[in-house]
Write a new protein. Structure first.
Length: 283
């Protein structure tokens, strides 16, 4: 059985099906209810979903790792600067002085912790608000168009064959309605995605919907990707990401069946591959 957190194994699950447990991976989250989404074997880099209670406060010393927050709901205050849903904070390892963190009403957040974050991403605290950031076309010379992203972790190169900065990417990505790539692809780095809205069909995984989590280890072939009504996801890697593509037998026929067969009236739901056999390609 796959360990749900391991970055050495393919992952596909609904985050809402995980139990909340006290944090053991990230010091600043001590005592907070969390769901561990992924981790390196040695715990140098982890991704955690945390439920901050109303009135929560903590201090991030910057001694252990670079810590990044992405707010899913609620409020988060960083040294007196408050962000709401879609807020992002980058607190680098070794940042000067302690960082005061608070939440007045409570919040649910995604926390990326990385003890080996590349220094090129900066030594200063950075705060961003998703709605203020520009949309950029996700230019992939060997893939189909129809994708855009907002970069939260900078620098982030997005117009070459290898994407991201030295420490990888944190992006909010949108695939436009009707986007399809009937091929499969592979990367040489770990890639993880938390789905925030819309739908996405991916063979051997299933239908992804809000709350779906997808993790792809390095050298693991995955896709095609098909979305009927668009797909919005939070994407993270810990190194620049490349893409190598090959044909997927039956991919085009499967894509057309999904785009013609899914109702625009029904709300997307997380479904495993075995539950949607009517979309499986022949053979």
């Amino acid at each position: 059985m796959a360990r749900l957190w391991s970055r050495e194994e393919p992952q596909f699950f609904n985050i809402h099906g995980l139990d909340w447990v006290p944090s053991r991976e990230v010091r600043v989250l001590d005592g907070v209810e969390t769901r561990l989404l992924s981790s390196d074997e040695d715990r140098t880099s982890t991704t955690t979903m945390a439920r901050l209670p109303a009135g929560w406060d903590a201090v991030e010393s910057g001694e252990d790792a670079t810590v990044e927050f992405f707010v899913l709901e609620g409020d988060l205050e960083i040294n007196g600067d408050t962000v709401g849903a879609g807020g992002y904070a980058f607190i680098p390892r070794g940042a000067a002085g302690d960082t005061d963190l608070r939440s007045v009403a409570g919040a649910q957040v995604i926390v990326f912790s990385n003890a080996l974050m590349a220094k090129e991403h900066g030594a200063e605290i950075v705060i961003r608000r998703l709605w203020k950031e520009p949309w950029n076309e996700s230019v992939m010379p060997t893939a189909l168009h129809g994708a855009m992203h907002k970069s939260m972790r900078l620098p982030d190169v997005g117009d070459q064959e290898v994407h991201g900065g030295p420490g990888g990417v944190v992006r909010v990505v949108i695939l436009t309605p009707g986007f399809l790539d009937a091929r499969e692809h592979v990367h040489d780095v770990w890639e993880e995605m938390l789905f925030l809205g819309g739908d996405l069909l991916m063979p051997d995984r299933g239908i992804l919907a809000p709350g779906s989590y997808l993790g792809n280890p390095a050298e693991f072939w995955h896709a095609p990707m098909i979305t009927q009504r668009a797909s919005v996801m939070l994407l993270q890697t810990t190194a620049p990401i490349d893409m190598v593509i090959r044909d997927y037998p039956g991919g085009q026929e499967m894509a057309e069946a999904y785009l013609d067969g899914e109702s625009w009236l029904a709300q997307p739901e997380h479904q495993d591959w075995a539950a949607i056999s009517h979309y499986h390609p022949p053979g």
